[in-house]
Design a protein around this ligand. Structure first.
Ligand SMILES: NC(=O)c1ccc[n+]([C@@H]2O[C@H](COP(=O)([O-])OP(=O)(O)OC[C@H]3O[C@@H](n4cnc5c(N)ncnc54)[C@H](OP(=O)(O)O)[C@@H]3O)[C@@H](O)[C@H]2O)c1
Length: 309
């Protein structure tokens, strides 16, 4: 089968190559991958993992072979799944408890935006508790997690402020639920009950200065790679606020991935969640699009098709 493999040190960081087909375990279904998405975190794995490794966590497609153990969806079911790796391939073996069936009105491309970014957005928003009437600020708002988090927070009743890096990055964010859009977190006025912070560096330092008493700053990324300065004094005006780290993979019990993914799928199906897909291409273009993502040029998610969309 064809797969995208890691080629560190080569002319491109990854390449489409022929590789052996996966052999599923008894509790794994074999999925024919139709679409997948690229996450910013995966840009780092191109560098950190060995040559020949197959990346890929967010996949959607059709079950080719049901798990021999009898669990999970039957062959022919349209599905979305979260894999740990190996997803950027024509076929991938996925544990049945990580697979969610797709209704006909949810496309493979829409579904492929959900596993890592959607679970991160959903679970980070949940860390704010009941959000009706609360103020929420989201940094990196034009990105993959940000565009989903805006919608989930707005749907939860929050007043949402989005932080974007350039004026053109604001395009479409009001339509998906952002009430205010600012260019720098310093420009946000007032304090927030929940801040989703992924910029790092000064962005995290400023987030602490914008949180309200008892509020929560969720730190789930460090896109800038910069360290932050934070002082106890910053909390004088926001006493008992907390900084909460978030890692999607350990953010809940293993068996909760599928129910949460199913919730996100149902939100798309009922029209309450519209994934922003800024780039949709054949997988042959992955290396080029990866550079656009690294350069903050992709609005929302980058989605790839293994064949015709
Ligand atoms: N902890 C977890 O489990 C988890 C899960 C998923 C993602 N993440 C992390 O969360 C962050 C967001 O993920 P994502 O998939 O939404 O990424 P993304 O689609 O690339 O969006 C990130 C956004 O952050 C903004 N940004 C601000 N400062 C930046 C900087 N110095 N360098 C690059 N981007 C900067 C960019 O928008 P502007 O250009 O408009 O500023 C960019 O669009 C990443 O750091 C990712 O690694 C963590």
């Amino acid at each position: 089968m064809r797969a995208i493999v890691n080629t560190p040190g080569g002319p491109a960081p990854v390449e489409l190559r022929d590789v052996p087909e996966p052999v599923p375990g008894p509790n794994e279904a074999l999925v024919a991958v139709r679409a997948f998405s690229l996450n910013r975190g995966e840009l780092r794995s191109f560098v950190n993992n060995e040559a020949g490794w197959i990346p890929g966590q967010d996949v959607s497609g059709v079950v080719l072979k049901a798990a021999s153990g009898g669990l999970g969806p039957p062959a022919g079911t349209r599905v979305v799944a979260l894999t740990d790796e190996f997803g950027w391939a024509e076929q991938v073996a996925v544990p049945t408890h990580r697979i969610v069936p797709l209704p006909d009105n949810v496309s493979f491309a829409q579904a492929a935006t959900l596993p890592v970014a959607g679970l991160t957005a959903l679970r980070c928003v949940r860390l704010g508790g009941a959000l009706i009437g609360r103020r929420v600020l989201i940094t990196g708002a034009a990105g993959g997690v940000g565009t989903l988090a805006i919608q989930i927070a707005a749907r939860s009743g929050a007043h949402v402020t989005a932080v974007v890096g350039r004026p053109e990055r604001a395009a479409g964010l009001t339509d998906i639920g952002a009430h205010d859009i600012v260019r720098r977190i310093e420009d946000a006025t007032g304090r927030y009950s929940l801040i989703l912070e992924s910029g790092g560096g000064n962005s995290l330092s400023e987030a602490v200065k914008h949180i309200e008493a008892n509020g929560t700053v969720v730190v789930y990324g460090n896109s800038s790679g910069e360290p932050s300065t934070i002082s106890f004094q910053d909390f004088r005006a926001a006493q008992n606020a907390r900084i909460q780290s978030f890692f999607y993979f350990t953010s809940g019990a293993e068996e909760m991935f599928a129910p949460d993914l199913a919730l996100l799928v149902s939100l798309i199906a009922d029209g309450g969640l519209r994934p922003v897909i800024g780039v949709e291409r054949n997988w042959a273009d992955l290396a080029t699009v990866a550079e656009s993502l690294r350069g903050r040029q992709v609005a929302g998610k980058a989605v790839f098709h293994t064949g015709d969309p």
